[in-house]
Design a protein around this ligand. Structure first.
Ligand SMILES: Nc1ncnc2c1ncn2[C@@H]1O[C@H](COP(=O)(O)OP(=O)(O)OP(=O)(O)O)[C@@H](O)[C@H]1O
Ligand SMILES: [Mg+2]
Length: 357
């Protein structure tokens, strides 16, 4: 960068807005530099199929689920943590960036920091980068979500001491061990909260012959998941769905042990992957983690009993970070307040985007 472009970009950042977006499979959060978290809504978009125009975003789109006329489609543009519907994601980002710009009354396009799962492919990284760029970002920076979560949880990422973060979101579980501003070990598992919902739907269908919606399954998960036996309170819940034989509405009572059976396989997978990450961790770093514990973030950290299950299975203390659903955006916000200071930990997108033939 020559002197002129450096001064020019310094001038632009003085008049434009920097913002961070945690574009999650389940929830999207936006942080604006100097203002804090300004938006926290489900990652759902309603599109008019005739015109291709965006009809609603977030909560407004969520209430339309299952209730739309034929020409309106309600979509979740992310699957398993990565963009599956590029055009819709771009429209959603354009809406978010536009909203921030009009509220902040800035004429210059913002610089945008986007959280992405660790270990995504170059193609997936480029998709996130291009979507934000096409959506009106002046400059795009990417940060690995577990890194952002660790910063949000105030873990000492820059020190020569190992910190472990497990971020269980809607679509992905990011398992990462961080030391000296880098990921020492990382694993991105495409099993998380939303997969638990799906297995509750299929369990109720198999056991009770009733087809319930995903929202009902999520409510049951939040109300009833009690993973360890000591926590079972014999709780139950009435759920409503469609009888698969008669096609008519039917109510059934499910218990916490039903939910536990439904999610057991996925929970085992998460535990085994955390164990596998510890098994490949260098001994010094492992010693740090044994002492300092494993930090859980993301909505999945709130699954009752999960922290103690992990603690017993792995013999390592497990700590749920404060306000786990917002750890990634808090961390991304800290970075966006001081992009120059944190440049070392951002994904080097120019280098990563080189294509190898
Ligand atoms: N109290 C709770 N108990 C259990 N699960 C919960 C609770 N609250 C939220 N969840 C689950 O957390 C998940 C959403 O978490 P989060 O917002 O961290 O995901 P995300 O960032 O959108 O997804 P990802 O990071 O995988 O792309 C959903 O599956 C939701 O059902
Ligand atoms: Mg997330």
């Amino acid at each position: 960068m020559n002197v002129f472009t450096r001064q020019w970009s310094g001038l632009l950042s003085a008049v434009s807005t920097d913002m961070a977006i945690d574009l999650g499979t389940a929830n999207t959060l936006v942080y604006v530099k100097g203002k804090g978290i300004v938006l926290n809504e489900p990652t759902i978009v309603a599109i008019n199929k005739k015109t291709g125009q965006l009809v609603a975003v977030g909560n407004d789109a969520k209430v339309m689920l299952g209730r739309t006329p034929a020409h309106i489609e309600v979509v979740r543009p992310l699957v398993d943590g990565v963009i599956s519907d590029f055009e819709v994601t771009e429209e959603m980002l354009a809406y978010l960036i536009g909203k921030v710009r009009s509220e902040m009354k800035t004429l210059v396009a913002p610089r945008v920091l986007i959280g992405v799962p660790s270990g995504i492919t170059n193609v997936e990284m480029r998709a996130a980068h291009d979507a934000a760029k096409n959506a009106g970002a002046r400059d795009v920076f990417l940060i690995e979500e577990p890194m952002a979560a660790a910063i949000g949880a105030k873990l000492p990422i820059g020190k020569s001491v190992g910190s472990m973060i497990v971020d269980i979101g809607g679509g992905t579980t990011d398992i990462a061990i961080i030391s000296l501003n880098g990921l020492v070990v990382s694993k991105n598992l495409r099993i998380a909260g939303d997969h638990l919902n799906a297995s509750i739907v299929s369990y109720i269908k198999d056991q009770f012959k009733v087809h319930v919606g995903e929202k009902t399954a999520e409510d049951a998960k939040i109300a009833l998941t009690a993973i360890t036996n000591t926590q079972t309170g014999g709780k139950d819940l009435v759920v409503r769905g469609r009888d698969v034989v008669t096609g008519l509405p039917r109510e059934v009572v499910i218990t916490d042990s039903d939910v536990r059976d439904a999610v057991a396989g996925h929970i085992d997978t998460i535990v085994e992957n955390v164990r596998a990450a510890l098994e490949v961790t260098p001994p010094e770093v492992l010693a740090d983690i044994m002492q300092r514990g494993i930090h859980l973030s993301g909505g999945g950290a709130l699954i009752p009993g999960l922290a103690s299950l992990l603690e017993h299975a792995l013999a390592v203390p497990v700590i749920v970070v404060p306000d786990p659903l917002r750890a990634v955006i808090r961390g991304a916000g800290i970075v966006v307040e001081d992009l120059d200071v944190y440049s070392e930990i951002l994904l080097d997108h120019e280098a990563s985007f080189q294509t190898h033939f």
